[in-house]
Design a protein around this ligand. Structure first.
Ligand code: SF4
Length: 346
């Protein structure tokens, strides 16, 4: 049976239904009211230093908390034509970092072409990797490819123990993740002198906020090193966004209202001032432009004053655009915020 919301014909597969729920009154005030109190409303971009490209929703996994509703049954995929428009747009700017995400971005037929083209422009490339993709027979040379192009890897690993990771990402995923991490280590990733960054993403397994990043990084480093001989560069903790499959989990477990209240109570004006949408532009698989990957999944394109498709890319207008915010944005502003090196996904 398909596990994606789309594959199950779940009403939450509709972004309109998700937005309807997010708009419903809970004890949490509207996000815009909190922004106003912090003198941040309306929120504007401060530039573009991260160009995020979501190449599609196909993935070899079907993780329970996926905000993309990605899975093996998703067919949305960026075409070469749209990928070329992305490269052409980038070439006319000095945006230093490109963040490739999906789904499992490596499964898009244009992924390696994009890495080569973007690297050829002298830009830093980040790959949002689910790790297990590296073990697929069709991707046997992927680790070597990524290392040879100096691609930074941002890999999701919900926990350093199998039971918690597998409960969120599927049976056997933890063991595959460890095997993939060791493979990356053999190619130099995560080794102090290699310059090949291997960063991990931790997100809570349940309806709670992530713990302190530094403490969690130390715990992961010790456990992964001692038990598995795995090395990594940094660990980022992120908050689960109340959208898509995590929203389904919140509603089914009776945690939705309480989780929204917890996020709102943890609103941090400093985190709000530094949210990634202020310096990121996110391109969807069909070329539509968004403020971030979350707005992308809710089908909320950039403000109408700015061009909303990559074919009409205008860096000056987009760099100062007004950000489209809704109540899910509480997920970015709780506690110390969710930044993970430029953008959050996978
Ligand atoms: S969800 Fe997107 S638009 Fe909202 S605060 Fe986070 S990054 Fe910005």
């Amino acid at each position: 049976m398909a596990l994606t919301l789309v594959g199950r014909n779940n009403p939450l597969a509709s972004s309109a239904e998700q937005l309807r729920i997010l708009n419903e009154e809970t004890s949490a005030p509207a996000f815009e009211a909190k922004l106003s109190q912090a003198r941040l409303f309306p929120l504007y971009a401060t530039g573009i230093s991260v160009f995020q490209i979501n190449v599609g929703k196909l993935c070899n996994q079907t993780c329970r908390h996926c905000h993309v509703d990605a899975g093996p049954d998703r067919t949305e995929s960026m075409s070469r034509e749209t990928a070329e428009l992305c490269v052409a747009a980038l070439a006319g700017t000095d945006i230093p970092t490109v963040d490739l995400t999906g789904g499992a971005p490596e499964l898009n037929p244009n992924f390696r072409w994009l890495v080569e083209q973007i690297g050829g422009l002298g830009r830093h490339v980040m790959d949002r990797c689910n790790l297990s993709v590296l073990l697929l027979p069709s991707q046997r040379d992927l680790a070597e490819f990524l290392a040879s192009h100096r691609v930074e890897i941002i890999a999701s690993l919900p926990y350093y123990r199998a039971s918690q990771t597998d409960s969120q990402r599927g049976d056997g995923v933890f063991d595959k993740s460890i095997e993939a991490l060791l493979l990356l280590n053999r190619h130099g990733y995560g080794r102090p002198d290699s310059g090949l960054a291997l960063n991990l993403i931790y997100n809570p397994v349940g309806a709670y906020l992530p713990p302190q990043q530094e403490a969690m990084e130390a715990r992961f480093r010790n456990e992964l090193r001692v038990r598995h001989g795995v090395e990594f560069t940094h660990l980022y903790t992120i908050t689960n966004m109340p959208i898509s499959r995590f929203l389904e989990f919140l509603i089914e477990s009776g945690n939705y209202a309480g989780y929204m209240e917890r996020l709102a109570n943890a609103f941090n004006p400093a985190a709000a001032a530094g949210v990634m949408c202020r310096y990121t532009l996110s391109v969807g698989w069909d070329g539509t432009l968004y403020d971030c990957d979350f707005n992308q999944m809710l089908e909320l394109p950039v403000d109408r004053e700015a061009p909303n498709h990559i074919r009409d890319f205008n860096p000056a207008l987009l760099a100062s655009r007004r950000i489209v915010t809704r109540n899910h944005c509480y997920g970015c502003t709780a506690g110390s915020g969710s930044s993970c090196g430029g953008a959050v996904t996978t």
